[in-house]
Ligand binder design. Structure first.
Ligand code: UD1
Length: 424
């Protein structure tokens, strides 16, 4: 298994360009299944991350031709579209669930296995299934398989019990070719949902209201080819802002959308980090880190759960006590145990973590238990005295394109060693 070896104590400086968002790219790749024209969907600004290759393999297995070159992805429908998503893919990446909506819309059936839980807690799909059922989908569950089919999807009103990002996206993709109008109430408002709406509209669909809690979809007979550029990854951007701040460095991130990071920038400022912005960049300047009173993760526009772990790493070095409340996922504190191995002072109880800032973190051998936990450990290692080894780097590769290269470009001492990792 590959590891990162990090020598801590070097300030980051310089600039980085941030590529397309993983959480936009995955549903948009799934939505490409809706294309029934004789041409291709072409997606730009695609990051070379592990999850891209998993989704590419899924589309291949469903009968699409997928070519990835530079940062461009071309997805072309084949003669026949298959409806079974192999179990291996479902286990590898929860986002395989995104294929449900588009396959039902395009060919009226889909068969897949439960994505199951993962290391950040149980991740049910009840909201996806309930919403699909109200659009007229029949769902059968047998021997761990979910088989869903619909003669005809019919537009309807859907009230989500919780603004789930994935359920909102799956239901939009199911509804775009349905007969009549669908309105999704209490929809998630994340920027990636707006990106999905814009992509679907570029394919000829009619979706309005993304970014608000009410999304209206007018069914159209067919969707076609288009060119589309994915929005920059706000979570990657936030991670590198925090990396700069934890080392006391000065880093500028280019080609980002600063407004997507408003809640994050506000919390960083509260933690004493100096930040300046332009229309499409943010610069972190040296500041003196101090504790934040309470950091609560929330659906957008609140502080994103995906940046809770990296922010925790930063707060381990901030003077005073910071309380973190994880409201979105049940078990998203696994990085805390690893941070403690690096001399962090943290007390976890249920969904709360109390972090007391320490003067020095020390290098240690730690384990990346999931994608964002892994990023948090890299950040702590950058600021720690001595050398750290971060195991199971493939988790980090799921969402960050060559993190070690990006950080080296900013002056970090980080190497990738060992191997080979599971290949998608
Ligand atoms: C997406 C993001 C993930 C991010 C999360 C929250 C992608 C590919 N992933 O995940 O990076 O951390 O949003 O911002 O976009 N829930 C249910 N039933 C459901 C669906 C969700 O109870 O049917 C619960 C989940 O268990 C969780 C909460 O709702 O506690 C939020 O999940 P959701 O918003 O659906 O996140 P994902 O779409 O899985």
């Amino acid at each position: 298994m590959e590891e990162f070896i990090v020598e801590g104590g070097h300030k980051l400086s310089g600039s980085l360009q941030v590529k397309g968002a993983k959480n936009s790219m995955l549903p948009i790749m799934a939505a490409s299944v809706l294309n029934s024209s004789d041409g291709s969907v072409v997606l730009h600004n695609i990051p070379n991350i592990y999850d891209l290759h998993v989704m590419k393999n899924i589309l291949d297995s469903l009968g699409f031709k997928v070519e990835y070159q530079g940062d461009t992805l071309q997805i072309t429908p084949g003669e026949e579209i298959h409806y079974v998503i192999p179990d291996d893919f479902m286990r590898e990446m929860r986002s395989s669930i995104f294929l449900m909506g588009p396959l039902l819309a395009r060919i009226g059936k889909v068969k897949l296995t439960y994505p199951g839980g993962c290391s950040i807690g149980p991740r049910p799909i009840d909201l996806h299934l309930k919403g699909l059922a109200s659009l007229g989908v029949q769902v059968r569950e047998e021997n761990g398989y979910i088989e869903a089919s619909a003669e005809k999807l019919l537009g309807t009103d859907i009230h989500l019990d919780y603004p789930s990002v994935g359920a909102t996206e799956n239901l939009i993709m199911a509804a775009v070719l349905a007969h009549g109008k669908t309105t999704i109430y209490n929809a998630a408002k994340e920027p990636e949902i707006v990106d999905l709406q814009n992509f679907l509209n570029a394919m000829g669909c009619q979706v309005r209201g993304a970014g608000t809690e009410k999304i209206r979809i007018e069914g159209v007979p067919a969707a076609g080819k288009c060119h589309y550029r994915i929005i920059p990854d706000r979570i990657v951007a936030g991670t590198y802002l925090m990396a700069a701040a934890i080392t006391g460095g000065e880093v500028t991130l280019h080609e980002i959308i600063p407004s997507h990071l408003d809640a994050v920038v506000a919390k960083l400022k509260e933690a004493g980090v100096e930040i300046q912005g332009t229309e499409d960049s943010l610069t972190v300047k040296d500041g003196s880190l101090r504790a934040v009173e309470t950091l609560r993760t929330l659906p957008y526009p609140g502080f994103p759960t995906d940046l809770q772990a990296p922010m925790s790493a930063l707060l381990t070095k901030a003077r005073g006590d910071s309380l973190i409340v994880e409201n979105v996922f049940e078990a998203r504190f696994q990085h805390m145990e690893e941070l403690i191995k690096m001399n962090a002072q943290v007390n976890v109880k249920d969904r709360n973590a109390l972090i007391t800032g320490v003067e020095r973190l020390v290098g240690a051998r730690v384990n990346a238990t999931d994608l964002r936990a892994g990023a948090a450990l890299v950040l702590a290692a950058l600021a720690a005295e001595g050398t750290s080894v971060i195991q199971h780097v493939w988790h980090i590769d799921r969402g960050y394109e060559s993190m070690e290269k990006a950080l080296k470009q900013l002056g970090a001492r980080i190497e990738r060693a060992g191997g080979p990792d599971p290949s998608p």
